[in-house]
Design a protein around this ligand. Structure first.
Ligand code: CS2
Length: 501
């Protein structure tokens, strides 16, 4: 089968949407770090809509992979074109899919192959926005406090090697230094990761790194660059070979790396750009003055519930989120967790129908056309739990409210860390802190009582902060751990009492 390529566009089926703007005239106003599936199914798609609506052709994108060459290798022969497949289940239970060819990715740079090219791209006069989806661990921060980990070996490397960095802070700060020295315009640094106050956090990390490089540079960045907070939402499972085959068959050409997502999309961005921005409202984005309430809503409801479902679901042997949702006890638990424990901690937001938001989420999680793997969401728990579940726990402890469901979700993570599900199937613990967590767990398990084990484990400050010293939290997690270990997830859920802790 021939490859997807600009020359193949005229012959694609009529129901496949294709770029209508003059692609050959696009310039790269955006450099995107972390050009994975999420970016290609979210930010790039909204950006594409702005171009399709007649937006300025200065807003093409150069993507950067901070680690692997696979995305570049897949997309280069396709001249950067790829397919977005939006999937859902129709009323009759059959899966449907709409296909769009996305064209605003002009090039993909692979940072380890040529770090200088990445620095020069960020320092290019055309570059006006540097956006990021590098996942939580790409920030090299302490998950509990959000501060840059100065003890991190790669950060130490990047401070010493301005011409060949490895990390996001290294690339951004050293490239901004080039811009400053060359008298170029500042840029907007736009985090699109699932972190609370992601722009503020990115700012803190970039400024801390810059301070260690040169205090004047820090001041230049602080004065001229902006770091808007943003909330991003779309479920994007990992692309499978089955997706590649099905999409290729429909296109009549082979796409080596299409991306698959749900139809739902939200993007709320603070309107603080240092050097202009595309009209992303054409693709459904909203510009607001303060994104933090939206971020909190999303991280706690969508991601908090998602992680709870992933750990408990995976341990009960459910491979996909929709299968886990088809188990009534899990669905009811997730619904109750959102309604009774998470929603009451959220700020009042004008025009938000929180019940409707929750019902919609239950539907989104039940989308069987996505085949979203519970293990994919279970990854990197140490980086995800603080903003997804533990902030909510803290708020509820402070106002003396029950935390039984949240504690069960946290217990689900600890249960998952044992490395095999309840059917005996093993799973890898993929987490940047995996070694430290394994050590902590092994030591915890030498204690006599479950209470002491959980107290020791949750004493791990990089994840739990001070929470390990909260007797109510420890007792609640310990009582669920007893049940999970003795009887498993489904029986624990059957006897779950929301008022118990
Ligand atoms: C998921 C998110 O993998 C995960 O941790 O919870 O990627 C989730 O699908 C998105 O944030 C939804 O917007």
């Amino acid at each position: 089968m021939p490859r997807l390529h600009p020359d193949a566009l005229p012959d694609l089926p009529a129901d496949v949407a294709c770029p209508r703007y003059r692609r050959e005239a696009l310039r790269a106003g955006i450099v995107h770090l972390g050009v994975g599936a999420f970016h290609r199914a979210h930010v790039a798609v909204v950006n594409e809509a702005a171009l399709q609506a007649g937006g300025d052709l200065c807003w093409g994108t150069v993507g950067v992979s901070l680690r692997a060459a696979d995305t570049r290798d897949a997309l280069k022969p396709q001249d950067g074109l790829y397919t977005l497949a939006l999937r859902d289940v129709a009323g009759d239970g059959s899966a449907w899919e709409s296909l769009t060819i996305v064209g605003n990715l002009l090039d993909v740079l692979v940072a380890p192959e040529d770090p200088r090219a990445v620095l020069e791209r960020i320092a290019h006069p055309d570059t006006r926005i540097v956006s990021l989806t590098i996942t939580e661990k790409g920030y090299h921060h302490d998950p509990a406090t959000g501060a840059l980990r100065q003890d991190d070996a790669d950060i130490a490397h990047d401070l010493l090697h301005p011409g060949a960095p490895r990390t996001m802070p290294g690339f951004i700060v050293h490239a901004l230094d080039l811009r400053r020295r060359r008298g170029l315009m500042p840029v907007t640094l736009l985090s699109c990761d699932n972190l609370p106050a992601n722009g503020e956090m990115l700012r803190g990390i970039v400024l801390a790194f810059a301070q260690a490089v040169d205090a004047d540079l820090r001041e230049w960045i602080e004065r001229h660059c902006t770091f808007p907070n943003s909330m991003v939402d779309r479920i994007v499972p990992r692309t499978t070979d089955a997706d590649r085959e099905r999409i290729g068959a429909r296109l009549g050409v082979q796409d080596a790396w299409p991306v698959v997502g749900e139809p739902f999309l939200e993007w709320v961005v603070e309107d603080r750009f240092a050097n202009g921005q595309p009209d992303w409202t054409a693709g459904g984005a909203r510009f607001v003055a303060h994104a933090e309430p939206f971020e909190r809503l999303k991280l706690r409801m969508v991601n908090g519930a998602h992680s709870a479902l992933a750990y408990l679901g995976a341990m009960a042997g459910f491979r996909t989120v929709d299968r886990a949702m088809a188990e009534p006890s899990l669905r009811n638990f997730i619904d109750a967790l959102m309604r009774d424990e998470i929603a009451p901690t959220l700020p009042v937001m004008e025009g938000l129908d929180l019940d409707g938001y929750r019902m919609r989420l239950l539907q989104r999680f039940s989308n069987a056309a996505l085949q979203h793997q519970t293990r994919q969401i279970a990854m990197d728990g140490s980086q995800k739990l603080p903003q997804r579940l533990l902030g909510t726990v803290r708020d509820r402890l402070r106002s003396n409210q029950p935390i039984a469901g949240l504690a069960l979700a946290v217990a689900g993570w600890i249960h998952y860390l044992r490395g095999s599900d309840e059917t005996g199937a093993p799973h890898d613990i993929q987490d940047p802190l995996a070694a430290a967590l394994a050590e902590r767990l092994a030591q915890a398990n030498t204690a006599d009582s479950m209470q002491d084990r959980v107290a020791f484990f949750t004493g791990f400050a990089p994840v739990f902060g001070e929470l390990g010293g909260e007797p109510r939290f420890v007792a609640a997690v310990a009582s669920h751990m007893e049940l999970l270990q003795a009887r498993g997830v489904l029986e624990t859920l059957a006897s779950f009492d929301a008022r118990a802790c």
